[in-house]
Ligand binder design. Structure first.
Ligand SMILES: [Zn+2]
Ligand SMILES: [Zn+2]
Length: 143
């Protein structure tokens, strides 16, 4: 059965699970806010139901290549639960608003140091504005 949830930021009804998506969607395609629901396996706080703010972007950790350089993986959204403080990473869906994704990138430049430290402790490297071209290439393909 299809699962719906109401986006707590813009109020849109979001279909969490559709046959169109290979992966379950857990964030709003409009504003990219998410809801802390029982969608990730093994998440004990999944009944939280808090609003999860998209605070930044990161590349999926794909390990190191044979030269010891970090491989640039898939683009992920960093979501932060405003209720319980959980941080989770979510892959971008094909119908996510690209402009919103770029807005998150711009916004993440003003993340406070406490949050950056917390992300670093979780081995999450926030994509910086200087990597904008890289992000655009992933979103729009090479031009
Ligand atoms: Zn929304
Ligand atoms: Zn939560």
């Amino acid at each position: 059965m299809d699962k719906m949830f109401t986006c707590c930021f813009c109020g849109q009804r979001v279909l969490a699970k559709t046959r169109l998506h290979q992966h379950q969607r857990n964030h709003c395609p409009n504003c990219l806010w998410s809801k802390h629901l029982d969608q990730s396996v093994g998440d004990r706080q999944a009944k939280c139901g808090g609003c999860m703010e998209p605070i930044g972007l990161t590349f999926k950790n794909e390990g190191l290549d044979k030269y010891g350089k970090a491989r640039a993986g898939e683009l992920m959204i960093i979501h932060y639960c405003s209720k319980c403080g959980k941080i989770s990473l979510n892959r971008i869906a094909s119908d996510d608003d690209e402009q919103e994704i770029l807005d998150i990138l711009a916004k993440s430049a003003s993340l406070d140091q406490t949050m950056i430290d917390q992300l670093e402790q979780s081995q999450i490297a926030v994509i910086k504005n200087s990597q904008l071209e890289e992000v655009k290439t992933l979103l729009f393909g090479k031009t």
